[in-house]
Design a protein around this ligand. Sequence first.
Ligand SMILES: *[C@@H]1O[C@H](CO)[C@@H](O)[C@H](O)[C@H]1NC(C)=O
Length: 253
Amino acid sequence: MTLPDACVFCLVSGCLLLLLLPATRGCPKSCVCIRRSDGLDVSCSHARLRAVPSDIPADTVLLRLDHNLIDAVPDRAFRGLARLRELNLSHNAVETLGEGALRGVESTLRTLDLSHNRISRVHRDAFARLHARVLIGDNPWHCDCTLQQALRVMAHNHEAAGRVRCHSSPLLDHREGQPFLTMDADLCNLAKRTTDYAMLVTMFGWFAMVVSYVVYYVRQNQEDARRHLEYLKSLPSKAPGRPEETEDASTAV
Ligand SMILES: *[C@@H]1O[C@H](CO)[C@@H](O)[C@H](O)[C@H]1NC(C)=O
């Protein structure tokens, strides 16, 4: 190999290395990555992270994000992590979870830990496509129809619903800290019933107005008819059936 040849070789291999680098991205800042036989364990616990890192390696199978300051999980936050099996977001400040937050990892995820956060509401379909074991306890849940719907689609996941304690609820007699499962009220029907009542009251109001108008109209007409009749009765003597009287009168004159 001549000197220029060696240079070309170096250049080409350097370029190849640069091209390959993004595919085998390094470990995200303030995380520890450990290679296992089936993929990468990425551990970012206690790292004061305020958001989900955007440079998580694609072959991550276990992602620990617990004990951070993450307050939101944006849509498709974990896209590209086609092998992610376990996601631990416990002990963060997550407030809501959008419909598309777990888009892309729904089919592979086996465990999702969202416990000890600040979640009070989730989208109705937030967990719809998950096959994972989901931990959602120790959050200030607002127990309403939407939550009932979100949990209903996880029928395979009794554990999830079992640990939900209500922080607030549209039910008036609800006590704070009540487990969700013991609230056997159908919260969706409750909402529906309330609107039904409002509808009923409005309809009754309209009906009452129409009826009173009809009654008033009929009364008024009756009065008119009676007066008309009296007027007809009071008309003098052209009335049929008493012709003699008229004759009598005329002869008397
Ligand atoms: C998630 O992390 C917390 C804190 O380290 C731990 O207690 C919990 O067991 C983990 N969750 C799962 C499902 O392993």
